[in-house]
Design a binder for this molecule. Structure first.
Ligand SMILES: *Cc1c(COP(=O)(O)O)cnc(C)c1O
Length: 367
């Protein structure tokens, strides 16, 4: 028996929609589920347009391209994120600039971003990591002051709210991922939402080979094929209709972990309060500097059948991204998180007995 970190919560609803798509023979990228999934998604984040795409990485690439970001531009991204964030910037020909994050939210802050702004800076792309909303208002202020675009990578934060408003509603564009271990899944898939209808129209065309909407097989821009299939959207719609249930279950299990960790005040638990409503994609703790070995803790848990996940290697530590570092740049908070963070099983159908089993074993190991 092993308790995994994640397992998608798929119900009969998703199954029935998927079979309906299959039986209709609309299995490619046209069909009723695509429109329905996009419509319901757009309402959640209250944006004028939502475009489904084939994964969360191309969602970012499409957003950046539609917003006109390319060669000669700089885009500020956190070093502490999943590589898709920085990779998508590189695909456009723009230069990624790495910012450190703060420990308590895992996210970059306006304070860390501002010194990195140059004449070439075109956009800031915060990530709401592990479901924790980024402190967006000060970053929005920076964007206004310096005339920059704001793109939210909300791949890990569907359902998170900043000051009462869903993340993904703050920027010029925001992107989501529906990979198998994300809050909702379509197998592979993503969504990009836009504030501006014209930019969204441009993105719609880019998503579909850059083909003219009026004149078929006429291309006046080099586009991509980034479409989602009706079968993916069928699963997505079913998942989306169950989003409240999924989020409630994740909140309930996180509260159980919180109760356990309350006895360990030296351990940081996920940020979650009125202004930062966490969707708890992965329940992630940060151990203190004097903690002997996170690797040992992880190995011991695994021996007892409990899988855990270390946090991302910060981008600045990987040779492939070295060339994007500014002179003498340091990322102490990203380094700290990578060393002392640990994510626990966080899937919606995690049973109470399983959480008890996890916390029982943790209490033995933590003392
Ligand atoms: C999952 C994820 C993405 C996109 O991933 P895909 O696997 O391409 O859907 C982008 N950014 C972050 C932070 C992610 O966690």
């Amino acid at each position: 028996m092993k308790i995994p970190v994640y397992r998608p919560a798929l119900s009969d609803l998703e199954r029935s929609y998927l079979l309906k798509a299959y039986d209709s023979s609309w299995i490619s990228s046209q069909g009723e589920f695509i429109t329905k999934f996009e419509d319901s998604f757009r309402n959640l984040v209250n944006r004028s347009e939502a475009l489904s795409v084939c994964n969360g990485t191309v969602a970012i690439h499409l957003a950046l391209t539609a917003l006109g970001i390319g060669e000669g531009d700089e885009v500020i991204v956190p070093s502490f994120t999943f590589a898709a964030t920085i990779n998508a910037v590189i695909y456009t020909g723009a230069t990624p600039v790495l910012a450190d994050v703060e420990t308590k939210s895992f996210n970059m802050t306006a304070e860390k971003v501002e010194p990195l702004i140059t004449d070439a800076t075109k956009a800031i792309m915060p990530v709401h990591l592990y479901g924790t909303p980024c402190d967006l208002n000060p970053i929005q202020d920076l964007c206004k002051e310096y005339g920059l675009l704001l793109i939210e990578d909300a791949a890990e934060a569907l359902g998170s709210k900043y000051k009462g408003i869903s993340v993904g509603s703050f920027g010029d564009a925001a992107t989501f991922s529906f990979y198998g271990n994300k809050t909702i899944t379509t197998g592979e898939g993503g969504m990009v939402v836009f504030a501006d209808k014209e930019i969204a129209e441009k993105a719609r065309r880019l998503r579909d080979h850059g083909m003219s909407r009026e004149r078929r097989y006429w291309h006046d821009v080099v586009g991509f094929n980034y479409r989602m299939t009706n079968m993916q959207a069928a699963i997505g719609l079913g998942q989306f209709e169950r989003i409240s249930e999924i989020l409630e279950k994740k909140r309930a299990l996180s509260e159980k972990y919180n109760q356990f960790f309350a006895a360990y005040p030296q351990i940081q638990i996920p940020l979650d309060n009125e202004n930062y409503i966490n969707s708890f994609w992965l329940y992630t703790i940060v151990l203190s500097e004097d903690f002997p070995s996170v690797t040992h803790l992880q190995d011991e848990l695994l021996k007892r059948g409990i899988d855990t996940r270390r946090l991302f290697y910060p981008m600045h530590t990987m040779p492939v991204y070295q060339k994007y570092l500014r002179k003498n740049q340091k990322f102490p908070h990203s380094d700290y998180l990578a060393k002392y963070g640990l994510s626990f099983p966080s899937f919606p159908d995690l049973q109470d007995e399983e959480i008890e089993f996890i916390t029982y074993n943790l209490s033995e190991l933590l003392g």
